[in-house]
Design a protein around this ligand. Structure first.
Ligand SMILES: Nc1ncnc2c1ncn2[C@@H]1O[C@H](COP(=O)(O)OP(=O)(O)O)[C@@H](O)[C@H]1O
Ligand SMILES: [Mg+2]
Length: 321
């Protein structure tokens, strides 16, 4: 019986190893992490991200070029240890991280700090170590740590954090010697909560602001790519009316506006009548300017001006670009 169990376990381990190309000492943790965080093809293109040209340029210099020209990025030109994107929520930080990984053909590891919290004593450290081993096994890899500030919040995660710092320190060495590039990109909505130790390792700190007028226009166009619009729809006017809205807010406005035609069409009808409306008929209803204006009225911006001030203050103190 025991032998059977052992064999099952060994087979499971073998199976995991063959799948993840991982040959570290914790295949079961690796398998768990792989399930939670590994995304081999996030499928977001540069063009899906509106605006943010500064951030794109910096990410190209810090992530993309070192990957393509490792010989150039040695010694004093060594790649930055870690890059931080900070800014209000819904401004495209996660989207941009995915776009970088897609454009570079990198494995994308989308890590939320909660996936590193273990149940047992010492498990968090093992998970963290394992995460970086896994990243090297899948290199080139982008380790994207979302909401990295949450590491500085809980007393209980101190051991996890010190292991993470050790691993970040090790990144540079492995980059330059083995050619297996693992890049650390982190994001936060609360940069002020980062302590000095983490801040120091996130050497490049990029501000991702709320979208400006031009970016809002581009963002609305991206969202409406496959949607039928009435001829009078004036995207410039929608962009003008949405100062202070985040990219996520704007996406919500577009979604809401684009559903309005359907709402009107089914108003007062029974389920049976609705079933009989032709799908093609539904798809042909164009989105009107009125739909947009209604949606703008209904959906309020989520980011407050206090939030913006907090970010700008941190940017002037600690930002780099
Ligand atoms: N610059 C942008 N270009 C295109 N879409 C955006 C942009 N910023 C935000 N969005 C929209 O908002 C959603 C949330 O963005 P996300 O990247 O998760 O924000 P963050 O990580 O900064 O909180 C995206 O899925 C996208 O629909
Ligand atoms: Mg995000």
């Amino acid at each position: 019986m025991k032998k059977q169990k052992l064999e099952n376990y060994q087979n499971a381990v073998k199976d995991v190893k063959s799948k993840v190309k991982y040959d570290g000492s914790h295949p079961e943790l690796a398998a768990r992490l792989e399930k939670e965080i590994l995304d081999t093809n996030p499928g977001v293109k540069w063009d899906d991200v509106a605006g943010l040209s500064d951030a794109k340029r910096i990410l190209q210099e810090t992530v993309v070029l070192p990957l393509f020209m490792p010989e150039y990025f040695q010694r004093i030109r060594r790649p930055w240890r870690g890059v931080l994107m900070f800014g209000p929520p819904g401004t495209g930080k996660t989207l941009l991280a995915k776009a970088v990984a897609t454009e570079c053909g990198m494995t994308f590891m989308n890590i939320s700090c909660s996936s590193l919290f273990g149940n047992w004593y010492g498990e968090s450290e093992r998970l963290t170590r394992c995460l970086f081993e896994l990243a090297r096994a899948h290199a080139p890899t982008m380790n994207f740590i979302d909401d990295i500030d949450s590491l500085c919040k809980h007393e209980t995660s101190r051991r996890l954090k010190s292991e993470l710092l050790v691993q970040i320190d090790g990144l540079n060495n492995s980059n330059s010697t083995s050619g297996k590039m693992v890049t650390l990109l982190a994001a936060t909505n609360f940069p002020g909560n980062l302590d000095e130790a983490l801040r120091r390792r996130l050497e490049k700190r990029i501000y991702i602001p709320l979208p400006y007028f031009e970016t809002r226009k581009e963002l609305i166009q991206i969202n409406l790519k496959s949607i039928e619009l009435a001829p009078e729809v004036d995207i410039e006017q929608v962009a003008q009316k949405t100062e202070g809205y985040s990219g996520d807010d704007l996406t919500n406005i577009c979604r809401d506006a684009s559903l309005n035609g359907m709402r009107q069409k089914i108003a007062g009808k029974t389920i049976h009548e609705i079933k009989n409306i032709l799908k093609s008929e539904m798809l042909k209803i164009p989105v009107t300017m009125e739909d947009f204006l209604e949606a703008v009225d209904k959906i309020k911006p989520t980011v407050s001006s206090g939030d913006i001030q907090r970010h700008e203050k941190w940017y002037s103190e600690f930002g780099s670009s």
